[in-house]
Design a protein around this ligand. Structure first.
Ligand code: MN
Length: 134
């Protein structure tokens, strides 16, 4: 076994996120495992762009209050201890509420081509507000 070095916190790229989001990688893809695990911290109002994962994704909330939204307008309000699964290819976004931070573990499997995430357009203020008020 190995005690892993503490990973540096990286700012999530503005190309794929709105607001301030910080990521600590916990398990980069490491053959033969395809697990990719990260701790992601969203500041109030911050969220991902719309996106999908080739092999799906598990989110597990550990702090704050968060939102996960899909194209049909469904919204799940995530609280500590909640786990949300987004199936392969389902377009969605996740982030903090306007009033709280939100921290989650993000677990997914990479593909031969990379992390399997397809990034799309930002979540608009209107979409975000509708989700936060749902
Ligand atoms: Mn996702």
């Amino acid at each position: 076994m190995e005690l892993e070095p503490v990973s540096p916190t990286a700012k999530a790229p503005a190309a794929n996120f709105t607001g301030d989001v910080y990521v600590n990688p916990l398990h980069p893809p490491r053959e033969p495992s395809r697990l990719i695990a990260s701790l992601v911290r969203f500041t109030p109002g911050a969220r991902t762009n719309w996106h999908s994962h080739a092999l799906g994704q598990t989110l597990h909330c550990i702090d704050g209050v968060g939102l996960v939204g899909t194209r049909d307008g469904s919204v799940i309000r995530m609280r500590p201890g909640d786990t949300v699964w987004t199936p392969p290819g389902e377009e969605h976004w996740h982030g903090a509420t306007e009033g709280n931070v939100m921290c989650h573990y993000a677990l997914l499997e990479g593909t031969a081509a990379g992390d399997g995430t397809t990034w799309l357009e930002p979540v608009t203020e209107e979409q975000y507000r509708a989700a936060d008020e749902a």
